[in-house]
Every structure is written in C-alpha cells, then in structure tokens.
Ligand binder design. Structure first.
Ligand code: NAD
Length: 307
C-alpha cells in the first residue's frame, strides 16, 4: 500500500506527548500529524497506545507498547490490516526497574521511604537486610524484557535462570528450563520475575500452585501483564506469608482499584504500569516506525510485525 498520511493517535499521551513523536518523524517522506478519534479516517496508518474500531479501515497500525493483547488479531487479519509492535526497546528500562525493586527489598529502601513519610527514625531488624550476590532470580520469558533483566541482575551478582518453551540456552542466563519444568525452576529462587506476553497460554500462569511452589522467603515480580497472574492467589500468598513480598507493575484491572489489599501491604511495591518509562520513549518507538516506513517504501517486510 501507499503511505501518505501517518497519524500519531492522541492515546500515546499516556506515555509521552504525541507532538514529540510527530516532530521526531518530521523528516519522513510522508505527512505526520497528531490525530484524535475524529481524524482516523484521514490516515493510512497510525501509531497508537489504545485500539479503536476505526483502525480496521486503515492499512497499518503500530503499537507503542510491546504488549499487543488489547488488539483483536482476528479482525486485523480479516481486514488485512498490518499490526506491528514496539518490542526490542524495553530491555534496559525494565531491567533497571527490576534491579531497583530487588535492591529495595534487599537493602530495605522501601522501609526507609515509608518511615520517612512518618518522620520516623527506625532501623531494619538486624536480620532483615541482605545483599544480592549468591541469590538466584528465575526469569520466566527470555525475550527482550527477560534478557534485559538478566543482564542487569547479573551485573549485580545475581545468578539468573530462565524459563522458555524451547529450553535452548540464552546468553546471559546461567541455566534454562523448559515450560513444563516451571515449578521446578521457581522452587529454589529467591526472586521470580515474569516477562512473558499475555496469551491464552500464559493467562493465570502464576496461580496458587505456582505461589505454593515458591520459597516462603521469595519475592515475586510482575512486569509483563496483570492477567498472567491470578491476582487473588497472589494476594492470598502474601497474606498467609507463603511469599515474602512482591513488586507489581501491571494488574488485572488498571488503574489498580483503591480497595485492593495490595496497596496496604508493607512488603509490596506497586508501580503504575511504567516499568519501561523513559524520557527517550518517543525516540525508541519512533526509530521502529521510521524503519518500517523505509521498509515499506523499499518493498521489504515490516520489522516487529505481529499480524
Ligand atoms: P518479546 O517478544 O521480546 O519477548 C517475549 C518472550 O516470551 C519471547 O521470547 C517469547 O518466545 C516468550 N513467550 C511467549 N509465550 C511464552 C510462553 N507461553 N512461555 C514461555 N515463554 C513465552 O517481548 P518483550 O518486549 O520482552 O515484552 C514481553 C511482554 O512484557 C509484552 O508482551 C508486554 O506484555 C510486557 N511489557 C510490559 C512493559 C511494562 O511497562 N511493564 C513493557 C514492555 C513489555
């Protein structure tokens, strides 16, 4: 197809100002404009965070997120609309966020922040604080996020194991397990970190059985998608002390409802689905869009094509 007008849908505003991306792409040989819902039909393609039914009349939709579980793949297929995503750019950002969670738990930094709110001078119990070397983190999903997490944690002295379907070795991981050995992979780890996409196969992958299999002193980290976890089972494991704590960036319902028990737990760190945030986000996404506009012009296959 011919690309004449590329829209930057206003929904990207949740992650960066739409105009920043439009400016960044100004050198492309197509018209780039920030658009609202009423201007979708004036475009051939859009860059977006959210899905709209009207996108099914376009030729190409690019998701600024790696996770595309909110888009109806079958409808895209039926209508012949190309869907591309932004995987490949979140290794360092999410890796650093996860390293931050682990350091907070190990060095008790979350306690200090909570105490500071109350102007309270209170040191940790003598046996609460620890260091990361010698501990093991099991990373479930060895794609961009998983590899970025492995690289960052390895630099902190953590032994990193991974779970992937093929079981083949991955650079940066000390040991790899196949999916059918998930419970074995997580049973001895001090940290379990989820980095798989949400699919029919991974929905509620982390349920009561998985939390039971984990050590009582282990910390659980979810930076993938909320529904990969059975959230009531996680809450139950935390309330019954069969897990030490959790850092959670993504939830079954977002924003996390005010009455969720997770908000009030001392050993839970909550971040509002922003593990991959960086002020460079529009550039990182823009580079993928630019690459694909060029590929389209050259008659080459799209990079990061999902549908
Ligand atoms: P990616 O495609 O690079 O990696 C995903 C990996 O998971 C791939 O290696 C894939 O083979 C593997 N996988 C898929 N299904 C699996 C299964 N059933 N069992 C085991 N492994 C499986 O994607 P990515 O960029 O690493 O992102 C992964 C997911 O993380 C996204 O789909 C998105 O939902 C989420 N994400 C969240 C944030 C955030 O801000 N919290 C940011 C980026 C991505």
């Amino acid at each position: 197809f011919e690309l004449e007008r590329l829209g930057v849908h206003e929904s990207v505003e949740a992650v960066f100002p739409p105009a920043e991306l439009a400016d960044y792409l100004i050198d492309l040989p197509v018209e780039v404009a920030v658009i609202g819902d009423d201007e979708i039909s004036s475009c051939d393609a859009v860059v977006t965070l959210e899905h709209r039914e009207a996108f099914l009349d376009l030729n190409w939709v690019h998701s600024i997120q790696a996770g595309v579980d909110r888009f109806p793949f079958d409808a895209f297929e039926d209508e012949g609309v190309v869907l591309t995503n932004s995987t490949g750019i979140h290794d360092r950002t999410v890796g650093e966020t996860v390293a931050g969670y682990l350091l907070m738990f190990a060095r008790r930094l979350h306690d200090h922040v909570a105490n500071q709110q109350e102007r309270r001078w209170e040191r940790p119990e003598w046996d609460d604080a620890f260091t990361l070397p010698g501990s093991t983190a099991c990373v479930v999903g060895t794609g961009t996020l998983g590899r970025g997490v492995a690289k960052t944690l390895s630099a902190l002295g953590v032994r990193v194991t991974g779970v992937r379907r093929s079981g083949d070795p991955v650079p940066g991981f000390d040991e790899i397990y196949t999916n059918d050995r998930l419970l074995e992979a997580i049973e001895d780890a001090e940290f379990v970190i989820v980095t798989v996409p949400l699919t029919e196969e991974t929905r509620h992958l982390f349920d009561a059985e998985a939390f039971d299999a984990m050590r009582d002193d282990a910390y659980f980290v979810n930076v993938s998608r909320g529904s990969v976890v059975d959230e009531p089972a996680l809450i139950d494991a935390l309330e019954t002390d069969t897990l030490a704590g959790a850092a959670v960036d993504v939830f079954e319902e977002e924003p996390l409802p005010e009455d969720s028990p997770l908000w009030g737990m001392d050993e839970v760190i909550i971040s509002p689905h922003c593990a991959a945030y960086t002020r460079d986000y529009f550039r990182d996404t823009g580079d993928i869009v630019r690459e694909n506009v060029n590929r389209l012009a050259d008659g080459e296959a799209f990079h990061n094509r999902v549908v």
